[in-house]
Design a protein around this ligand. Structure first.
Ligand code: NAI
Length: 328
C-alpha cells in the first residue's frame, strides 16, 4: 500500500469540515488506493466539535484512514501536510466593517501561512475556503515566501459547479453535456460566470439559451446562489461547498479530464490583464500536478467590463490588507 498523505483541515469542528472529512476518509478526494492521515486544526472553542467528529470517523472504520490528530496549534496542525484545506475563518457578520473583517482574517491567515511555510511538506497544496477566500489566500501566501506562490489557491469551484448546474437546467440537458464555463475574479457578488466559450451538447451555449439571460439574470443568480440556499434551506451551503473543495483538490492532484477546464482562484502572473500576484479565479486545467491557466480565450467588451469590476474589488481588498500592515 502507498504511504498515507497528510491532509490538514482547519475549522474541522464546523459544518463544512464535518461534511468534507468523511468523504476524504472514504477516498473521494485522492483516490480509493490512497491512505490519508487527517489533522484537524481548530481554535479552543471548536475542539469539542472536532473531537466528536473524530469519534464518528473512528466509528466509520474507513480502511483508508491512517490516523486522526486534533490540535489547536497551527505548527502541529500543518506539520508534514501535503494538502491544507483552510476552511475556518472569520466571515462577515452584520454591522462588521470591511477593515474589521480583513483584520480579523489577517490574524488567522498570516500565522497559518507562516506555519505552512515552516512545517508543511514541500509539495503542499493549499486551498482556502474560508471567506473572504481570495484575499485570505493572498495573506497566507505572503507569509510563506519560501514556498512557490502557486501552491496557494482559493475555492471558486462551488461557483463553477453552480454555474454548470444552472446552465444545464436552463438548456434542459444533463450536466455532462455542458462544458467551457468559467468563473472569473473574486469569490463574491462581483464574480463573473462567463458563458462566452461554454458549450451545450457541443454547440455554443449562447445559441442554446437566451444570450440576454446568460449575461443578465444568470450572472446574478450564480453570484447570489449562496443567499438563495440560505433563504430556502435556512442555512448556508455546506455539502456543496465541501464537495467543491474536494473536487478542487482532486483535480489539482490527479488532473482534469482531457479537453475540459474548470475554475479555480490561483495566483495571477498577469494573465488576462489581472495584476500579477492577485489570487483571482480563472479557467484552469491541471496537468502534472499543477494548475495552468487556459490562455488565449477571446474576451469581448461585456466580459472585459465584468472581469475588470471583480478584479478591481480584489485590488481594493489587497490594498486594504496592505494598509493594515497584514502584507507588504
Ligand atoms: P462554521 O462556522 O460551521 O465553521 C467554522 C469553523 O472554523 C468553526 O468550528 C471555528 O471554530 C473554526 N475556526 C475559526 N477560526 C479558526 C482558526 N483560526 N483556526 C482553525 N479553525 C478556526 O462555518 P462553515 O459553514 O464550515 O464555513 C466555513 C467558511 O467557509 C466560512 O468562512 C464561509 O463563509 C466559507 N464558505 C466559503 C465558500 C466558498 O465557496 N469559498 C462556500 C461556503 C462557505
Amino acid at each position: 500500500p502507498k504511504p498515507p498523505v497528510t491532509i490538514t483541515l482547519t475549522g474541522a469542528g464546523g459544518q463544512i469540515g464535518y461534511a468534507a472529512m468523511f468523504r476524504i476518509a472514504a477516498g473521494d478526494m485522492l483516490g480509493a488506493d490512497q491512505p490519508v492521515a487527517l489533522r484537524l486544526l481548530e481554535i479552543p472553542q471548536g475542539m469539542r466539535g472536532a473531537e466528536g467528529a473524530a469519534m464518528e470517523l473512528a466509528d466509520c472504520a474507513f480502511p483508508l484512514l491512517a490516523g486522526v490528530e486534533i490540535t489547536d496549534d497551527p505548527n502541529v496542525g500543518f506539520d508534514g501536510a501535503s494538502v491544507a484545506m483552510l476552511i475556518g475563518s472569520r466571515p462577515r457578520t452584520a454591522g462588521m466593517e470591511r477593515g474589521d473583517l480583513l483584520a480579523a482574517n489577517g490574524a488567522i491567515f498570516g500565522p497559518q501561512g507562516r506555519a505552512i511555510g515552516a512545517h508543511a511538506a514541500d509539495d503542499v497544496r493549499v486551498i482556502v475556503v474560508g471567506n473572504p477566500a481570495n484575499t485570505n489566500a493572498l495573506i497566507a501566501q505572503q507569509h510563506a515566501p519560501d514556498l512557490p506562490p502557486e501552491r496557494f489557491t482559493a475555492l471558486t469551484r462551488l461557483d463553477h459547479n453552480r454555474a454548470v448546474g444552472l446552465l444545464a437546467a436552463e438548456a434542459g440537458v444533463a450536466v455532462a453535456d455542458v462544458g467551457g464555463v468559467t468563473i472569473w475574479g473574486n469569490h463574491s457578488a462581483t464574480q463573473y460566470p462567463d458563458l462566452s466559450h461554454a458549450t451545450v451538447s457541443g454547440r455554443p451555449a449562447l445559441d442554446a439559451v437566451d444570450p440576454a439571460w446568460a449575461r443578465g439574470a444568470y450572472v446574478d443568480r450564480v453570484a447570489k446562489r449562496g443567499a438563495e440556499i440560505i433563504e430556502v434551506r435556512g442555512g448556508s451551503s455546506v455539502a456543496s461547498a465541501a464537495n467543491a473543495a474536494i473536487e478542487h483538490v482532486r483535480d489539482w492532484a490527479l488532473g482534469t479530464p482531457d479537453g475540459a477546464w474548470t475554475s479555480a482562484a490561483v495566483v495571477s502572473r498577469g494573465e488576462y490583464g489581472v495584476p500579477a500576484g492577485l489570487v483571482s479565479s480563472f479557467p484552469v486545467v491541471s496537468r502534472g500536478g499543477d494548475w495552468e491557466i487556459v490562455e488565449g480565450l477571446s474576451v469581448d467588451e461585456f466580459s472585459r467590463r465584468r472581469i475588470d469590476a471583480s478584479v478591481a474589488e480584489l485590488v481594493a481588498e489587497r490594498d486594504a490588507v496592505r494598509e493594515l500592515g497584514l502584507i507588504e
